[in-house]
Design a protein around this ligand. Sequence first.
Ligand code: G1P
Ligand code: ZN
Length: 537
Amino acid sequence: MFELVATKPFDGQKPGTSGLRKKVTVFQQPHYAENFIQSIFDSLEGFVGKSLVIGGDGRYYNAHVVQLAIRMAAANGFGKVIVGQGGLLSTPAASHLIRKRGAFGGIILSASHNPGGPDGDFGIKYNAGNGGPAPEKITDAIFAKTKVISTYKTLEADDIDINTVGVIKLANTEVEVVDPVADYAALMQSLFDFDAIADLFKSGFKMKFDGMGAITGPYATRIFEGIFGAAGTVMNGTPLPDFGGHHPDPNLVHAKELCDLVLSPNGPAFGAASDGDGDRNLIIGRGMYVTPSDSLAIIAANAQLAPAYSKGIAGVARSMPTSCAADLVAKKLGVPSFETPTGWKFFGNLLDAAMATVCGEESFGTGSNHVREKDGVWAVLMWLNILAKRRETVEQIVKSHWREYGRNFYTRHDYEEVDLARANGLMTRLRGSLPGLVGKGGIVKADDFSYRDPVDNSFTEGQGIRLIYDNGSRIIYRLSGTGTAGATLRVYIEKYEADAAKHAQETQSALAQLITQANGIADIEAQTGRAAPTVIT
Ligand code: G1P
Ligand code: ZN
């Protein structure tokens, strides 16, 4: 029944910021997905007889790869496979399931916020036993295995029924199909004051949540509409293989339908959205967009309003390009703040060591020590908990935060699908110019960010070029590690403003001077051939 299939290595199966992401058509090549999954197993030790969690965001090709991953897990000797019903699990729910069941690890099928469908993207990611994305040590080992693979192990067996909750035997392996929402909803209930939130809705508070045709629909429907009784809250709530044509990235550009609704004067008091696999979040109030960097700072400052964090937080961690707003909160709370490279995997050690409780990235990612992934629905519930306790509007909460701490004006300009060689050229040129930049126009530091993990001492370099000014302003350049076509140049621009009289400025105009400098220093137009960014958030 076990089968050893001969195969040959594929080029370029290198996991990026978050697993292996490629076009669906690339994954559809014979043996492509199998090679990567076998390479994951080949780089792990000691899993025979143990459990593996498998699930994905339901995008096109999810159903196919779930089945082959189950067969391969069984053939490779896992004792048990825990799979979400219908092959579905949001990324944070998968992280929770791995932890709750003491699983050896998990395979998450997703390309996160990238578009889905036959012409869209697909992805495979391995998470370790702590529930978090595999550290670089493991992803490097996986990549090494993909280059030398010659066979993979599978079973000759038909697809199994994963649409019904229950236990099925596949060769010597037990396959348990679980409700993808139940454990996660119970975890949320243990963290937040669900009664206070339900009361808020009873008082007439209105909210819209955009599932963007992706994985969080069932989670949001069960929690917001089911438990809180807020009927009519969820839009685009059915996960579809092509996300209903949505680009499931919860930002002002791709969640426009929601933003138009909530940002209007008569809109609902609160709006939120999540991405393809449920780990990102967008937070908006009536007439007020909350940047992810501000959201992280506000969550850190108000976390004690939620039961699970009532004793205070141990520390705050943010990725380097995320604005420094959270650092100011940490300082006031008297707890440490950490600056890590981009990617959630760098928070894992800090969370495991209880050095940080709340973490966030400017890229619409926020989370805490409850799982080892960022968590979209968690962030929305945290905001609901804050709103329920403070009984102020989102706008009031944000503005009073700025009054107390000052405002970190912040924007990110993305240049997508730039020619790879030109993008690399821009970065190389910029790196070469760093020593000459210090001392010019108020720049006090110009470097390529590197990080030494304070827990395991591991070292990561080349994580983004930083220009830091004497007044705390920052310009950061880095190339995306999650794209699947060409290169994406990200430019992050930040300016601190203590004076509350200046907080009402529009972001792009407040940052105009720095934006011009950012474009000039990197010579973006000449180097990339692009006169303007493709996405501004
Ligand atoms: C992007 C974000 C990063 C996030 C990652 C996965 O990575 O910038 O913060 O962790 O997606 O969601 P990038 O494409 O910039 O490498
Ligand atoms: Zn995601």
